[in-house]
Design a protein around this ligand. Structure first.
Ligand code: NAP
Length: 292
């Protein structure tokens, strides 16, 4: 039943995608080269993943298809995006070997873990998940119970790594007390104007990797970043764009990234942030933007 659903979605999307767009991706020669980071003893993941949530709902197939065609391998999705059939169809369409991909998905809150993991697997058309995050905290006992269920799924080989998203300091502390497998990643909103120092500090103190989502901030913050004189000057110093400066700052402050764009040219620019280094004084200047 599930296979039939996946195949029909796949066929539908093939038709919707149309020859023209597929030809566009094929003709693009430029590829992204994204290094991996070690997130737990035996698991590595790409430093940059493509996001499939937020405003681009309905366009996920195209986003993932473009990303895989330019060599991106990290994909970030969630049960609550309501688009995992599309993401799964794009993965299937790409023909990229499963072991090359790193797929993160999420469970909405801290309950019904087994059910949601099963639904995520079915919707994505996968046999295992690279990482599963509890998307936000709930009363402590529920999260502790959910965490133990996730640990069991790691032991059974259904999930390779587990983590959390949007957990405040107190919830993270409570989880650390009961966790046998510690969270590998904490996914939180982070940008130049929203550095979230407190959550970052506690996560790093527990040796949990932070992963920045919405790295350009809301629409109004995006304008502030792109139009900011400090960011612009630093961009000029390195002959890059202000957005690349904003992403590079996050990388050098030790965060993994989830970026997103429906445009392949934007994906290429946003992933091209490994060929320059911000100087310590530039990092400090950018830190001060967040403080203000
Ligand atoms: N865990 C959570 O609670 C949570 C919450 C929110 C998001 N997320 C994840 O994080 C991902 C990214 O976050 P986000 O979608 O909020 O926002 P984002 O990545 O900060 O920004 C996306 C926006 O930036 C634009 N953009 C990207 N690169 C650009 C470029 N080079 N030039 C011009 N415009 C550019 C995109 O427009 P174009 O498409 O036109 O390029 C899009 O409107 C989501 O997809 C989701 O997977 C997680």
């Amino acid at each position: 039943m599930h296979l039939l659903a996946s195949v029909s979605f796949f066929m539908l999307h093939l038709r919707m995608a149309g020859g023209a767009r597929l030809r566009q991706h094929r003709s693009i020669r430029k590829q992204v080269h994204i290094p991996n980071a070690t997130i737990s003893d035996d698991v590595e993941m790409p430093i940059i993943s493509i996001g499939t949530g937020g405003n681009e709902r309905g366009l996920s197939f195209m986003i993932v298809e473009a990303w895989l065609s330019i060599g991106g391998r990290g994909i970030d999705t969630s049960y609550s995006n309501w688009n995992q059939y599309d993401v799964g169809a794009a993965i299937l369409r790409s023909g990229v070997p499963r072991e090359e991909l790193f797929i993160t998905t999420k469970i909405p809150g801290c309950y019904a873990v087994d059910t949601y993991v099963q639904k995520n697997l079915e919707q994505l058309g996968l046999r295992y998940l690279d990482m599963v995050l509890l998307e936000f905290s709930m009363p402590y006992r529920l999260c502790a119970k959910s965490w133990h269920q996730l640990e069991k799924l790691v032991e059974e080989g259904v999930i390779r790594a587990i983590g959390v998203s949007n957990f405040r300091r107190v919830w993270l502390g409570a989880l650390m007390e009961v966790a046998t497998v510690k969270p590998a990643v904490h996914q939180i909103e982070l940008s130049v104007f929203h550095p979230n120092w407190d959550t970052v500090e506690v996560s790093h103190a527990y040796n949990i990797k932070t992963q920045a989502y919405t790295p350009f901030g809301s629409e109004s913050v995006q304008k502030r970043i792109v139009g900011n004189a400090v960011v612009q000057q630093i961009a000029q110093n390195h002959k890059v764009t202000p957005r690349q400066v904003a992403l590079r700052w996050l990388l050098q402050r030790q965060h993994l990234l989830v970026i997103t764009s429906v445009m392949v040219k934007h994906q290429l620019i946003d992933a091209d942030v490994f060929s320059f280094n911000l100087l310590p004084e530039e990092l400090d200047e950018l830190d001060r933007l967040g403080d203000s």
